[in-house]
Design a protein around this ligand. Structure first.
Ligand code: PEP
Length: 251
């Protein structure tokens, strides 16, 4: 069976001392949570300090982005080997904010995914439609595009080291959550794409997270859907108590 994954994307928030305080509080609140993978994704500057706090705990570390080259003249970029070096197990790739504000394309997402996997980092690949695309009936086309573009060229075992997060752009940071039925419909569609591209067996094993205004109040209902295997959480991951409550809803 698939183990649910709850990941907190802190975005551009928290100094090192704030990150340490938040992680210390979270660690105590989820210490006895088993049967769920718990991940925090601080900004680059706090990764090392957070890694020290979560050592030997049930919390894993993720970065929020990665560059596809390992090293060299790429000012401002951070590579997969550097993320491994500070203790990351996961990396979020292709978040809609990266696509929207930094022009990331499916091709760029795919290069980052391959670089992460080549260095033993598990990519959390974000896909999702904008409101106008949904209203124009284009949700499935966009999702198919993001999924097939993001995972192009991956072997089945690479795919099974990856997570796909369905994040409708209109639900991110807006307080508007997809209904459980809307989330289930798209997750089921993604699993169907993976069945066609790989096999039923592979598609049934991969973890598909939902993201978009997940809170303690709506988490249980979303994660009760048969194809929703956890949550990628933005705003509600910035408070230890609310993130811990979402973790507990996944068990
Ligand atoms: C996100 O940033 O991935 C996200 C889902 O944010 P929020 O939970 O704040 O909508």
């Amino acid at each position: 069976m698939r183990i649910p994954i709850i990941a907190g994307n802190w975005k551009l928030n928290n100094t090192v001392s704030e990150a340490v305080a938040l992680t210390t509080a979270l660690k105590a609140l989820v210490a006895d949570s088993i049967g769920v993978e718990i991940i925090v994704a601080p900004p680059f500057t706090a990764l090392s300090a957070v890694h020290n706090v979560i050592a030997e705990s049930n919390i894993r570390l993720s970065a929020q982005d990665v560059f596809w080259e390992d090293s060299g003249a790429f000012t401002g970029e951070v590579s997969a080997p550097l993320l491994k070096d500070v203790g990351c197990d996961y990396v979020i790739i292709g978040h809609s904010e990266r696509r929207q504000y930094f022009g990331e394309t499916n091709e760029c997402v795919n290069r980052k995914v391959k670089a992460a996997l080549a260095h033993g980092l598990k990519p959390i690949i974000c896909v999702g439609e904008q409101l106008e695309e949904r209203e124009a009936g284009g949700t499935e086309t966009v999702i198919e595009n993001h999924v097939t573009g993001g995972i192009a060229g991956l072997s089945a075992s690479d795919l099974l080291s990856s997570v796909i997060a369905y994040e409708p752009v209109w639900a991110i940071g807006t307080g508007k959550t997809a209904t459980p039925a809307q989330a289930q419909e798209v997750h089921n569609f993604i699993r169907g794409l993976l069945t066609n591209a790989y096999s039923d067996e592979v598609a049934s094993q991969i973890c598909l997270q939902y993201g978009g205004s997940v809170k303690p109040e709506n988490a249980a209902e979303l994660m009760a859907q048969p194809d929703v295997d956890g949550a990628l959480v933005g705003g509600a991951s910035l408070e230890a108590e609310s993130f811990a409550q979402i973790v507990k809803r996944a068990i």
